[in-house]
Each structure stands twice: as structure tokens, then as C-alpha cells.
Design a protein around this ligand. Sequence first.
Ligand code: NAP
Ligand code: F7E
Length: 345
Amino acid sequence: MKKKALIFGITGQDGAYLAKFLLKKNYIVHGVKRRSSSLNTQRVDDIYLDPHKKTNFFLHHGDLTDSLSVLKIIEKIKPDEIYNLGAQSHVGVSFDVPEYTANVTALGTLRILDAILTLRIQNKVKFYQAGTSEMFGASKPPQNEKTKFYPRSPYGIAKLYSHWITVNYREAYNIFACNGILFNHESPLRGETFVTRKIVMGLCKIFLEGEGKLYLGNLYAKRDWGHAEDYVKAMWKMLQAKQPKDYVISSGKQYTVKYFIDLVCEELGIKIFWKGKGLSEKAFWNDKNIISIDKRYFRPTEVNSLMGNSSKARKELKWTPKHNIRSLVKDMVTEEINRINKLSI
Ligand code: NAP
Ligand code: F7E
């Protein structure tokens, strides 16, 4: 019998990579998408077939803020594995909509876990919760499973609730539930307002079309960036382990936002130079100012330095990433150029 997976957050970056990975593993994949006024399934359109034809991929309308929809979908699908990747996942935006962020990103997890109990399937289903390095926040790197949590945003705090409610339901009700504590992971499918994709899109537009200018916030935050393709494999591996546990997933290296810009320029074969300091810092290409700082992209509280130690996952799950920072940048730049070229045909 084929295994059935249910993915909340199917329309996001990780949802798309995980669905493709599980389909290759011969799973039947069900995804939950929320209703929106414009289509939001672009990332999975390539695997979506007419449901009247033979397919292993199905989409259902639902919302993590709506307990009834969560309960009904789980009851209907009876999945072997549930992956909760759904969230209001933008750290900056979480300062603008903290209550909404808590409702989706914290209480959404409770709604899934409680549906599992209500349906009395706690001994049949495995649960993955998408935790984040943002829970470490101000704690010094390198961060591992034993590092103290010190979140610095409404998003990080909502995720911390999800982390502990997952631990609590595992201990109280014996649910096979795992928290993946994933450090930043990117890809050509990354949301356009996260810094790596914003940089790649902005610079490709400037260099290929001679158009536009990039406005950024804190260039000196350090992040541990990996590739989403590698990180979704770790999610699956956690649910195949003998015991349900929590794992840090990271590359173990950190770079500044400014260094990421330099790598993208290198990949594009372009030389830029920097001038000025603080809010007046600017980047130039052929004497043209192409990057400036805009205060609006600074956060009320910043997470300055993240770098994970994922030795537990590497040892116990035998997880090893295929990508490094350079292959990540290469993949993102190549796909962006392909997109621009397709649009101009
Ligand atoms: P993403 O691209 O922002 O995707 C988030 C997904 O959640 C989207 O499918 C979104 O739907 C869905 N969603 C939002 N609100 C919802 C609601 N009320 N009900 C149901 N679904 C809802 O995020 P990602 O980068 O793929 O990350 C996946 C998960 O891992 C998220 O939980 C994120 O917080 C977490 N995480 C990400 C990283 C990272 O670096 N990428 C690191 C650690 C943890 P729409 O498409 O309709 O918006
Ligand atoms: O910011 C700085 C910003 O928004 C990275 C989410 O997937 O990873 C992500 O959260 C850094 C921050 O990612 C801009 O201040 C500078 O220091 O790409 P980001 P994030 O906040 O690290 C974690 C692990 C998650 O769990 C989250 O869901 O870049 N930065 N200038 C900027 N950031 C943005 N977005 N835009 C700028 O213009």
C-alpha cells in the first residue's frame, strides 16, 4: 500500500519541494491550500494534474485558522504522515500582524495536533512541525538542540509555542511528533520578499535589463543558508526514524547579507563597489548607484548571528546536504535568468 502524506503549506517553497520529493518516493500526496483572490498554486502547477485523471497529487481547500477545516481534511484523508509547513513565515511582517501570526503560526499547530487526538489516530499518524532557527534569536552561535531559546520577533515566539506544544503532545499522548529546527533555506522558489530572492531578482533585473534599484535593510546580519531541496529530505528522514525526536538542520556556515550580494555579483560576472557607512552605505556598478539602504527594512529587534550545529541529524539520520552556498547562489541566479528570458520571448 502506498503511504499517504498530508502537507499544510503546500503552496509555499518547502511544500513544493517536499511534495515532489514524496511523489518520487511513491507516496500519495495531499496538500492543503487556502483560498485566495488570485491563484496561489504556481509552485506546484507542474505536478498538478486534472483530478479526474490518474494522479497521486491532490489539493484541498483549508485554513490553519479554521479548526473545522483542519479536522475534516485529516478525517477524510487519514494520512500516515502530516507535515505542518503552513505559517505566516515572514519575520518582518510578523511585527505588523503579530496577532494574526500567532493565530496561524502558533495556534494552527495546536489545531492539527488536537484534530489528531479528536479523531483518535494518535497511534497511527506521524507529525512533523516546521520549527526554525528564529527560536534561538539572540542566543550565541553555534546553536544546537541544547541551545537556549531567545526569540526576537512575534514570528519566532509563535514558532516557540508550536515547538513546545509538539513536545507536550508527544509526551502526553505518545504521538510520533518531531520538531525540525531548520536554519534559513532558500531556492529559486523562495518567496520574493525574503532577502536572498529579493537580491537575486533585483540584481538580475538591473544587470540583464538595465532597470531598477535595490533597497535593503541590515547588510550585516549573519545567516546560515542552505538549499530547500536538501532540507525537505531531513523532514522526511525525521518521520522515518525509530524514535520521534527534535533535530537542528543547518549548513554549519554563516555569511552576511552583504557577502551574499557579492556572491550573486560574482555569479553574474559583475564587479560592484561599496561606498559610505550606516544608512548612507551604497553599492555602485559603472558609477550607477544600484543598492541603497532603506530604514523600513530594519526590524524593531534583529537576529544578528545564526549558525547551526546539525551533527545530531548528520549522525542519527545520516542527513548530508548536497549543496553549499555557491551552488545555492548558482541555482537561484540560473533560474532567475531563465525566468527573465522566458518573459522576454
Ligand atoms: P512559505 O513559502 O512562506 O510558505 C508558507 C505556506 O504556509 C504557504 O503555503 C502559505 O500559503 C501557507 N499558509 C499561510 N497561512 C496559512 C493559513 N492560514 N492556513 C493554511 N496555510 C497557510 O514558507 P517556506 O519557506 O516554505 O517554509 C515552510 C515552513 O517552514 C514555514 O512554516 C516556515 O515558517 C518554516 N521555516 C522556514 C524556513 C526557511 O528558511 N524557509 C526556516 C525554518 C522554518 P500561501 O501560499 O497561500 O501564502
Ligand atoms: O532576512 C536582513 C534581515 O527575511 C534575512 C524565514 O524563512 O528564515 C527566514 O527568516 C536577514 C535578516 O529571513 C532585507 O533583517 C536586510 O537579518 O530573508 P529574511 P529571516 O528573517 O532570517 C527563518 C529561519 C525563518 O524561519 C523564516 O520563516 O536579512 N535583510 N535587508 C532583509 N530581509 C528582508 N526580508 N528584506 C530586506 O530588504
